[in-house]
Design a protein around this ligand. Structure first.
Ligand SMILES: [Zn+2]
Length: 179
């Protein structure tokens, strides 16, 4: 599903899947506050109604099967044509939408995250907030720069408050700036 979210072309189904994800995040937020997500459910359902699923018997043991709902193949042509390899490799929007719902059902939707670089990823651990080693490095560098800037700002505030510095600045202003 994250592969689908990271696809560069944003056609209507892609935008719809992203909208569903956004709505599901929002529903989870609302649910966490104890409020009813009534209106949100209505909106997400209208997006979901655009997807088609087909029931399928799946054998899980020689004499045991379960019924699963699989995304129906979205490309319909008349007469039917064999799918190309490229088409088979593509993640279908309904597959991505179903993954979002499955993760939400399992209480794992918060593991789907967007990295600071813009890429979507699935966080294997709850703590993970970046998609790759390169982004982790960048995050640390930014954090370091942030700490440096804060420390410097604090130092400068203290420096300017110092009475000696204050009187020096006044003299400089009076004489038209430092020499
Ligand atoms: Zn990243």
């Amino acid at each position: 599903m994250v592969r689908y979210l990271n696809e560069p072309d944003e056609d209507l189904p892609n935008l719809r899947v992203k909208e569903i994800l956004k709505l599901c995040f929002r529903i989870e937020e609302v649910r966490a506050t104890g409020a009813r997500p009534g209106g949100l459910l209505h909106v997400v359902n209208s997006h979901l109604s655009e997807f088609r699923f087909t029931p399928m018997f799946v054998l899980v043991a020689p004499t045991q099967f379960v019924v699963q709902w699989r995304p129906a193949w979205e490309r319909r042509t008349d007469p039917p044509k064999a799918l190309t390899g490229e088409e088979l490799c593509r993640v279908q929007p309904s597959t991505a939408a179903k993954s979002i719902l499955d993760l939400m059902d399992a209480g794992m939707l918060n593991r789907v995250r967007q990295c600071m670089c813009g890429r979507w990823f699935y966080a294997q651990s709850a703590k993970k907030v970046v998609c790759s080693a390169a982004c982790r490095f960048r995050k640390f560098k930014n954090a370091d720069q942030d700490t440096y800037n804060k420390q410097r700002a604090e130092y400068m505030r203290g420096y300017r408050k110092n009475p000696k510095v204050k009187s020096k600045t006044r003299k400089e202003k009076a004489s038209g700036g430092p020499e």
